[in-house]
Ligand binder design. Structure first.
Ligand code: FMN
Length: 193
């Protein structure tokens, strides 16, 4: 898909899975707080708390991927958002191995992308030490964008019910998600003269 459509993947605020790799060790966490901040180049803000192992990895490498999970991945999303990769059992087993998550390499950065997701963005971190420190907010630039054409093509989501397991997740709290299930086309009102 075209990189200029990357922001459309996140426009409606889906929960994402942040994947990263450092020193050969992969990691995966859930993030409900991400949003586009620029169309071209496609830039995104994502909150990554200081307590996370993900943060340690992305500070080290300057790279992360945003994977967009769907209804079928609700349990995985809640799980990787509830367990830290830092607490991996010995011998070191990352969350991909532990929960049987298949991955494929991103086309630009080679980051581990989660199979079964419906959108993928590989991103480079734009260094903003103040916002990272003060607000745990990382600005990133997407350098590759991919989508599952069954639900996202030509810069548009189709959520017409043909693939109910492939609709996006929106975190309400404590593992409860709303699923984006319907669309409505807004029209510009004529207004009274
Ligand atoms: C649905 C969901 C959404 C979350 N959103 C965020 C978020 O936006 N930012 C964040 O820092 N942590 C968020 N978390 C918490 C992290 O995913 C969690 O701390 C995770 O265990 C970190 O994993 P890590 O230490 O392996 O990086 C969320 C958790 C869940 C379950």
């Amino acid at each position: 898909m075209a990189l200029r459509h990357a922001s459309r993947l996140l426009n409606h605020g889906p929960t994402v899975l942040v994947s990263s790799v450092a020193d050969g060790r992969r990691n995966l966490m859930a993030a409900a707080w991400s949003m586009p901040v620029e169309f071209e180049p496609p830039r995104i803000a994502v909150v990554i708390d200081k307590s996370t192992y993900t943060r340690e990895q992305i500070v080290r490498t300057g790279m992360l991927a945003l994977n967009i999970p769907c209804r079928a991945l609700a349990d995985l999303t809640y799980t990787v958002g509830s367990v830290s990769g830092r607490d991996a059992p010995m011998p070191a087993q990352d969350k991909f191995d532990r929960y049987g998550v298949a991955s494929f390499a991103g086309p630009e950065l080679g980051l581990p992308l989660v199979e079964g997701c419906i959108g993928w963005l590989e991103c480079r971190v734009i260094s903003e030490p103040h916002t990272e420190q003060a607000y745990d907010t990382f600005f990133v630039e997407a350098v590759s964008a991919q989508s599952d054409p069954r639900v996202f093509a030509d810069g548009r989501w189709t959520m017409d019910g043909r693939h109910p397991q492939l609709h996006t997740l929106h975190h309400l709290g404590a593992g409860l998600f709303a699923v984006a299930a319907e669309t409505v086309q807004g029209k510009v009102l004529a207004g009274s003269s």
